[in-house]
Each structure stands twice: as structure tokens, then as C-alpha cells.
Design a protein around this ligand. Structure first.
Ligand SMILES: Cc1ncc(COP(=O)(O)O)c(C=O)c1O
Length: 406
């Protein structure tokens, strides 16, 4: 196992650079993570040695590409503890996974009056696809409320909220608040009323251990780029029985078994949902990322990010009037805050001049921010390659900015 210490930073070429004359401090990991050489190397090797299209050829390179692509599917199944590799559908990322479930499962199974249950803290990726589905089917959207700045779900009235629910779709970890939702309990409540469940694991996959069977969800979507993998690849875990009843999401090559001029027969799942040439190099990179993360240990990764966020909150509390959003004690590696008299955009722009990358804005959770009554927060999000020294430097940078702006 790789230990989490300063040496681990050497695995990430991008972390070694200077920005505006200062050592880069990358605190925008909830948006995307940096890539280790252990991921970049296999992707380059794939293009240099094995590049070909999958399934189609009888030649050596095509066989190698197909084997690599399918090995990545197997590895992802193992990573999520999915019962079978056929439960893994490759997508472009979390957003496409949720759109796939909403379109293919949703249109075949929802009708007017059915309820789609979400939470008020959903990323737009787990909100807009359901809005589109509701518009197409006449289904109703319902929301589990978020209670105050602490950003936890208000479960007081939960039994009533589950009435008539056909699907529960919720985020595991909030990208805006760092809240870790009780997905297992909520999936079990949904099951009790016969509802299907989807977990948005964009912020939890690669950050804490995941087990789809222990969670008890039917769908789980995540993105490779948020767990040290490349952009443009992700997966939708979809429970086998549900996949069987789902019509295709997109049409094209690979997803068919027989095509006539007027009609076609479709391939078996999961291939039915993977139209066209897939992101093979992306799958190779994703596979390498999972190996790399497991080599460190997801428990240790989660603990490190949590401790840094906790430390950052302690230090940030030194600033008079700071307002935090998200749970005070149990949370992921995300700290969202607003400083009085310091516009979040100014803060991020001036931090960038000092080499510090943070995110400001509504973090793709506009309705949540409206409810909280703020247009934007500043967000620092951590991963295992970040350090306490970086947090200290971040605090120094904010001290300078606050002095200048107040
Ligand atoms: C909670 C959550 N869900 C979904 C997404 C969408 O992920 P992607 O853009 O990789 O599809 C994100 C991205 O930030 C996210 O944080």
C-alpha cells in the first residue's frame, strides 16, 4: 500500500508547477482531481501499442483493445462490489449515467401522477434529467428538504414524502456542502414502498469505500475524472433485472444484434446502452485509477480529506463573521463558506493570483443556494495529495485578501 504523505504528490506531474509565481495549491478536487503518472502511463501505452476498435475485428490489436475495455468493466464491478460485470454500463460520466437511467428506465416505467423523489441538495445533473422526464411523462417531482446552513436532510416527515414514490434519486455526498447522506437507510425506505433507487456517487466514488449491494441501490452513477481517472469516462451501475426491461438510450453501432431497414433487434445489456465506439483509452485510464486508489486505500483517502477539511474549518474560523455551509462535524473533504465584505468571486480571483485554486459560485446547485439565501459560496475541496501546509498557506493568502478588501 502507498502511504499518504508528501511523497505521494510526486505521482502527480500537475502538482509540481507554479501558478503566477507561486507553488500550485489545488483545492478544486470536487470539480475534478489531478491525474497520477500511474493513470497517464497506461493510457499512453494503450495508444502506442494496442489502439484499435473494440469487438469489431478479428485482428490482434482489436482483441487487445476489447480485452482491455472489458477488463476495465470487470475491475469497476469489483470496485463497486456489483454482483456481475454486466451490471456496469460505461458512460461519459455521472451526468450521462443519470440521463441514461432517467430516459431508458424512466420513460418505460413512469406515468402521470408517479412521484420522483429527490433532495434539495442535488447537483443540476441529478435534477434537470428528472425535470425533463417529469415534463415528458407527467410525473411529479418531490424533494426531501435541507435544514439550514448545516445542510443535512430534514428527515422528520420522511414517511409521508415516500407516498407514491416510484424512484428515489439522491446524492451520496453533496458537492456544495460536503454532507454525507444516509443513502443506505433511504434506499431501504424506498424499497419498502416498491420504489427504484439511484445514488449519485460523483463525490463519493474514489473518496470513500463503496458497495452497491450494501447500499441496496438499483442504480449508481459516477465519473472517472473525480477519482484520478480521465475525463469522458464514467459508469452507471444498473441492477441486472432493471437493465433487461430497459429500452435503448441511444441508437447506433455496438448496441444492436440484428438490423433491418425498418427495424432492429437490440444487443443484450450492458452493450445495448453503449452505442458507438466507446472511450476505450478512458476505460484503460479508469482501470488504472482504481488500481492506484486501492493501492492507497479508500478508508485512508476519506479520512485524510475529512481531516484536512476539518483543519481548514478550524483555521477559517479565525476570520470574524465567516459563515460555513455544511455539517459542522461529520462531512466529506469539502468546506464551503462566505466571508463578510469579501465577494466570493474576488476571493477566488485573488487566490488564483497567489497560486491557490478554489471554486466559487453556486456549484451547480442553484435551487439550494436560493434556499440558503446566498448567490455564491467559496469552496475548498480536498483530496489525499493535499497537505496541512497547503491549508496554512491558503489561510495566509486569505488573510492578505481580507486585509486588502476590507
Ligand atoms: C454531486 C455531483 N453529481 C453530479 C456531477 C456531475 O458529474 P460529471 O460532470 O462528471 O458528469 C457532479 C460534478 O461536479 C457532482 O458533484
Amino acid at each position: 500500500m502507498n502511504a499518504i504523505n508528501d511523497d505521494i504528490r510526486k505521482d502527480f506531474p500537475a502538482l509540481a508547477q507554479e501558478i503566477n509565481g507561486h507553488r500550485l495549491i489545488y483545492f478544486d478536487n470536487a470539480a475534478t482531481t489531478q491525474k497520477p503518472q500511474a493513470v497517464l502511463g497506461p493510457m499512453q501505452k494503450y495508444y502506442e501499442h494496442d489502439n484499435a476498435n473494440v469487438y469489431r475485428g478479428i485482428h490482434e490489436l482489436s482483441n487487445r483493445a476489447t480485452a482491455a475495455y472489458e477488463a476495465a468493466r470487470e475491475r469497476m464491478a469489483q470496485f463497486l462490489n456489483a454482483p456481475d460485470r454486466a451490471d456496469i454500463i460505461f458512460t461519459r460520466g455521472t451526468t450521462e449515467g443519470i440521463n441514461l437511467a432517467a430516459s431508458a428506465w424512466g420513460e418505460a416505467n413512469l406515468q402521470k401522477g408517479d412521484v420522483i423523489l429527490l433532495t434539495e441538495m442535488e447537483h443540476h445533473s441529478n435534477l434537470v434529467p428528472w425535470q425533463l422526464l417529469a415534463q415528458r411523462t407527467g410525473a411529479e417531482l418531490r424533494f426531501i428538504p435541507v435544514a439550514g446552513d448545516e445542510g443535512v436532510l430534514d428527515l422528520a416527515n420522511i414517511e409521508a414524502l415516500f407516498e407514491g414514490v416510484k424512484i428515489l434519486a439522491l446524492t451520496h455526498i453533496s458537492n456544495a456542502l460536503g454532507t454525507i447522506n444516509p443513502v443506505k437507510d433511504l434506499c431501504s425506505k424506498a424499497k419498502a414502498v416498491g420504489a427504484v433507487t439511484l445514488v449519485d456517487a460523483a463525490q463519493s466514488a474514489g473518496h470513500i469505500p463503496l458497495d452497491v449491494q450494501a447500499i441496496g441501490c438499483d442504480f449508481l452513477a459516477c465519473s472517472g475524472h473525480k477519482l484520478c481517472g480521465p475525463t469522458g469516462i464514467g459508469v452507471l451501475y444498473a441492477q441486472a433485472n432493471l437493465q433487461k426491461g430497459m429500452p435503448p438510450y441511444q441508437g447506433g453501432g455496438e448496441m444492436i444484434s440484428q438490423v433491418e431497414f425498418q427495424v432492429s433487434e437490440f444487443n443484450v445489456p450492458p452493450h445495448r446502452f453503449e452505442a458507438g465506439t466507446p472511450n476505450i483509452a478512458g476505460a484503460v485510464g479508469l482501470h488504472a485509477a482504481l488500481d492506484y486508489l486501492d493501492g492507497i486505500g479508500l478508508e485512508a483517502i476519506g479520512q485524510h480529506s475529512f481531516e484536512l477539511a476539518h483543519y481548514a474549518k478550524e483555521r477559517l474560523a479565525e476570520f470574524d463573521g465567516i459563515r460555513f455551509f455544511g455539517p459542522p462535524t461529520e462531512h466529506a473533504g469539502v468546506v464551503s463558506f462566505v466571508l463578510p465584505e469579501v465577494h466570493a468571486l474576488d476571493l477566488a480571483t485573488m487566490a488564483d493570483q497567489q497560486g491557490v485554486a478554489i471554486r466559487v459560485g453556486h456549484h451547480c446547485t442553484q435551487p439550494l443556494h436560493k434556499k440558503l439565501g446566498i448567490p455564491a459560496t467559496a469552496r475548498a475541496s480536498f483530496y489525499f495529495y493535499n497537505t496541512r501546509n497547503e491549508v496554512d498557506r491558503f489561510i495566509e493568502v486569505i488573510q492578505k485578501i481580507v486585509k486588502l478588501l476590507r
